[in-house]
Design a protein around this ligand. Structure first.
Ligand SMILES: [Zn+2]
Length: 205
């Protein structure tokens, strides 16, 4: 449950945090309820501060390694070779992590998350499968694959743009693309957590 006793609120405000380091999984979590294994799990710092979202599968690894504790369960069981355990919905790191400010891994998934599956040119919201990534400054014109130069884009806008620069194609970005920081991440956690009562109490404090 939500305790405030061990709160590091002052630290929290003074020090930038970021997400926990990725943990390598090695085959744990197979078996029944594979759907449940992909459910998002809210990761809290030891101070109960929300810091990340990971898949249930990885959350279980963190719990089994003793790195995190289950705070809330999602109602499913994991039945693997030698273990039967409840699948968490919220976990909390055992040790407080203060990691220097860093951004999330640059990946298609994270760019679509950042851009909320919205084509940054025509502002249409589409399923991930119908979106592509567009280099704002095309690679052929020296554009790099960076957070600031990659945006979610629909097929049509991608075709319209081709190898042109924005002004040449007559396109405008709905928003300046930025790196995916913890701030962005928090916003997304709130969006996802809005419908989940188990998450909500940790996200709106
Ligand atoms: Zn578009």
């Amino acid at each position: 449950m939500h305790k405030h006793g061990t709160h590091h609120a002052t630290h929290a405000r003074q020090n930038p945090h970021t997400v926990p380091q990725p943990v390598k999984t090695n085959g744990n979590g197979q078996g029944n309820g594979s759907q449940a294994m992909h459910q998002p799990v809210l990761v809290l710092n030891a101070s109960y501060e929300p810091i990340n979202i990971c898949a249930a599968r990885r959350a279980i690894v963190l719990v089994l390694k003793g790195v995190a504790m289950t705070e809330e369960e999602n109602g499913h069981y994991l039945h693997a070779a030698r273990i039967a355990m409840r699948v968490p919905s919220v976990i909390r790191l055992v040790e407080y992590r203060r990691i220097p400010h860093q951004t999330r891994a640059l990946s298609r998934k994270n760019i679509l998350l950042r851009d909320r599956n919205t084509c940054q040119y025509c502002v249409r919201i589409l399923p991930a499968a119908e979106l592509t990534l567009d280099h704002v400054i095309p690679r052929s014109r020296g554009g790099l694959s960076t957070w600031e130069n990659l945006v979610a884009c629909c097929q049509e806008c991608n075709r319209t743009k081709g190898n042109q620069l924005l002004h040449e194609a007559g396109l405008k970005l709905m928003r300046e693309p930025r790196a995916f920081t913890l701030h962005t991440s928090r916003h997304i956690m709130r969006m996802i957590g809005r419908s989940d009562a188990k998450w909500r109490k940790y996200l709106f404090y």
